[in-house]
Design a protein around this ligand. Structure first.
Ligand code: AL2
Ligand code: ZN
Length: 248
């Protein structure tokens, strides 16, 4: 192994996303069920950030949180966003036994019990918790349609619009079995601060709804238009990590 490779391997040992190879997952009976409460009054706005769109939530209080599961303390809801592909053949970031899903929802929380601000939490290995929900092609998803109906207002990069009363908890799968591992942000600066919690059950989206995501612009109003055709990062080496499951 060359010096640069070994240096690379040593300095970024917990990158995301990864392929979850279910035969190598370790069932952990000490993993508790997740406690998730999202108050629809926490949702504030929809923002086109250039590489995706975020639903942003009020995170100056503890009205919307996740706790228990693999977590110590509670983590405050901050934003959720999606990753997708240029076609329905791929688009998820996490891959299950080599199977790529057409999209993936990320629900981002930060450790407000331990750290004073989100920016501070980003600097710590237990600072952020992201719930990942895989999406599969199926029936029209009414919750996602409520977002799509507002996407025209944020077509270009840096545009935002009010987005209130969004019931994010209705987007979660009924089955709460999950995998968990220590990883990173999947966008720059790839900070290794994330406890990943990936639900085993996928939720439905229809192909037309996904096509709407691809119509968003990665360019601002002042630039020649270009589209966010895809925004999923390639899988990363698992290194010395073990993925744990809450189920057998
Ligand atoms: C260093 O400054 C910052 C670092 C990160 C961020 N965020 C936006 C990122 O796009 C991003 C991507 C996340 S993902 N795909 O779930 O791993 S989570 C997340 S974020 O909300 O933390 C903002 C400022
Ligand atoms: Zn993401």
């Amino acid at each position: 192994m060359g010096a640069s490779t070994s240096r690379h391997r040593q300095c970024r040992p917990r990158q995301s996303p990864i392929n979850i190879y279910t035969k190598k997952v370790r069932y952990d009976s000490s993993l508790k069920p997740l406690y998730i409460y999202y108050d629809p009054k926490s949702s504030q706005r929809l923002v086109n950030v250039g590489h995706c769109f975020n639903v942003e939530f009020e995170d100056t209080n503890d009205k919307s949180v996740v706790s228990d599961g693999p977590l110590v303390g509670y983590y405050r809801l901050r934003q959720c966003h999606f990753h997708w592909g240029a076609s329905d053949k791929d688009g998820s970031e996490h891959v299950i036994d080599g199977l790529e899903y057409p999209a993936e929802l990320h629900i981002v929380h930060w450790n407000a019990q331990k750290y004073p601000t989100f920016d501070e939490a980003l600097e710590h290995p237990d600072g952020v918790a992201v719930i990942g929900v895989l999406l599969k092609i199926g029936e029209t998803n009414p919750l996602i349609q409520s977002i799509i109906d507002s996407l025209d207002q944020v077509k270009e990069k840096n545009k935002e619009c009010p987005f209130t009363q969004f019931d994010l908890s209705s987007l979660l799968p009924n089955d709460r079995n999950y995998w968990t591992y220590q990883g990173s942000l999947t966008t720059t600066p790839y900070l290794e601060c994330v406890t990943w919690i990936i639900f085993q059950e996928a939720i439905p989206i229809d192909s037309d709804q996904l096509q709407h995501f691809r119509s968003l612009h990665c360019t601002s109003e002042a630039e020649d238009p270009a589209f966010i055709l895809e925004n999923h990062r390639a899988i990363q080496p698992i290194e010395a990590r073990v993925v744990r499951s809450s189920f057998k």
